[in-house]
Design a protein around this ligand. Structure first.
Ligand SMILES: [Zn+2]
Length: 195
């Protein structure tokens, strides 16, 4: 028979206390498996605290194997995170771009989504999420010949805003950029790409 670690049992009991606190009965049928499910789900959606799950970012030498990148490389997709002020989801779209250094490294572009997923899997604020993504990718590209520009734009809906209080609609806009000398060129390309 499997026994639960004290740690897991402890957090499940605390989740039951929360149910009581909001006015529900943690022992009723429908809520029976819920504390365990929440604890298990948190492991997945907060995997961004676990260094072992940090994505490996593949980089290549620019100019090797006949592949030379000198203009902006762009990528877009979606993100899901949890707001650190209310522990409620915020989610939306990202637009990422960088201009590789001719002497530096280029990025396996499919890795951008993995980096965003990993950095988003913590309690976050949208501004820091943008920063974390740019920093992690800059680090992977190396200090010696940094990209000529790199940046990300995030637009997200925050349920802590739309579900409560004044029920403000509208998406929040955040961005983070690094200027290696060609920032205005990257910004033009990125905002055109975003449309
Ligand atoms: Zn919030």
């Amino acid at each position: 028979m499997e026994t639960k670690s004290t740690n897991t049992q402890d957090i499940e009991n605390k989740i039951k206390d929360i149910f009581t606190h909001i006015g529900d009965d943690p022992e009723r049928e429908g809520l029976k498996g819920t504390p365990e499910r929440i604890a298990r789900m948190w492991k997945e959606i907060f995997r961004g605290y676990d260094e072992a799950q940090k994505p490996k970012i593949t980089v290549f030498e620019n100019g090797k194997d006949g592949l030379s990148c000198t203009s902006a490389v762009l990528d877009t997709g979606c993100f899901y995170s949890m707001c650190e002020h209310h522990m409620m989801p915020f989610f939306g779209d990202y637009w990422f771009g960088y201009i590789p250094n001719p002497k530096g490294k280029i990025l396996g572009i499919s890795k951008v989504a993995r980096v965003i997923d990993y950095c988003a899997a913590r309690l976050q604020v949208q501004e820091r999420l943008a920063q974390d993504v740019v920093e992690m990718i800059r680090e992977a590209l190396g200090e010696e010949y940094p990209p000529l520009a790199i940046g990300v734009i995030l637009e997200g809906e925050h349920l802590c805003k739309t579900m409560r209080g004044v029920r403000k609609q509208g998406r929040m806009h955040s961005s983070c950029f690094f200027d290696g000398g060609k920032l205005s060129e990257l910004k033009d390309d990125l905002y055109r790409f975003k449309g």
